[in-house]
Design a protein around this ligand. Structure first.
Ligand code: BJW
Length: 236
């Protein structure tokens, strides 16, 4: 089983989604806070946005939807892979380990310029934007930035490769693709359903409302993931 989750799976934990009413994009213009151009123009604003999200994410807990996915992994072992667009860390805290965080992590930081590896970081940067010490030592001006994937940035090829390898190794007659709590708007994640179907999989969608790509799925279960997922895995 290949599972793709989006912001909706964390909604019942109290993490705001992006595109719903009162979602993050209602009060924060995407171009300003979720593009490399926005960071270049106003890194302090971007860090305020992500610092606030770090602060809130530390106070929330995984919900029954996260827990049901962690339990499914425990039962299915290497026949299970969870791909999440979420950066809040709740799947890991719920116990998921066969996990690919394709849009990065709220609790990692990297340099805007040099190729140093992202490092764990839960600090909030509300004042001066922190410089990259490794860049500074070389006389360069890199700034630290959240290790998340913004619009126009490429996803880690190793992450996409892990998903492709999972689909290539899956037995088509036993392959189920399940998308949960995602609007199906953002690519390449929204295209995964087609990749899974090309590999012979049956595609299920669990969402509060029909996603943009809902027609690509064989089945749609409408409802809150924290209620639907525990029941869905009862028979799986
Ligand atoms: C519930 C619920 C409950 C609520 N229970 N459900 C092909 C075609 C067109 C464009 C492109 C394309 N390929 C690439 C692009 C460009 C772009 C893109 O997709 N643009 C579209 C918007 C048009 N993609 C990119 O730039 C990506 N990079 C890339 O592809 O590189 C190569 C390339 C570049 C340029 C051109 C071509 C190729 C990178 C995308 C990075 C996205 N980053 C963000 C921010 C991450 C960091 C952060 O968190 O701040 O990722 S944007 C934001 O959207 C975040 C999310 O992960 C992502 C998806 O949102 P999600 O999770 O679906 O949330 P919502 O709010 O949209 O939906 C929630 C859903 O849950 C709703 O449906 C609710 O109903 C539901 N729900 N409560 C169940 N309790």
């Amino acid at each position: 089983m290949l599972v793709l989750t989006g912001a909706g799976v964390s909604a019942e934990s109290g993490v705001p989604t992006f595109r719903d009413a009162n979602g993050l994009w209602e009060s924060h213009p995407i171009e300003q806070v979720a593009t490399p151009e926005g960071f270049d123009a106003d890194p302090r604003l971007v860090w305020r946005f992500y610092s606030e999200r770090r602060r809130k994410a530390k106070t929330v807990q995984p919900n029954p939807g996260h827990l049901a996915l962690a339990e499914a992994e425990e039962r299915m072992g290497d026949r299970f892979l969870l791909v999440t667009q979420n950066v809040d860390g709740l799947h890991r805290r719920a116990g998921s380990r066969r996990l690919v965080e394709i849009h990065g992590s709220l609790f990692e930081t990297r340099c805007s310029e040099c190729g140093r590896a992202p490092f764990p970081d839960d600090r909030e940067y509300l004042g001066e934007v922190p410089p990259c010490e490794e860049c500074r030592a070389r006389g360069r001006g890199g700034l630290l930035r959240p290790a998340v994937v913004w619009f126009g940035e490429v996803l880690d090829p190793a992450h996409l490769q892990r998903v492709s390898a999972f689909l290539e190794g899956a037995r088509p007659e036993r392959l189920v693709f399940l998308a949960v709590g995602t609007s199906g708007v953002v690519y390449p994640a929204a295209g995964l359903v087609h990749q899974a179907r090309d590999a012979g999989g049956e595609a299920w969608l669990v969402n509060a409302e029909p996603a943009d790509n809902a027609r690509a799925f064989h089945r749609f279960v409408q409802g809150p993931s924290g209620t639907v997922l525990p029941g869905l895995f009862d028979w799986a």
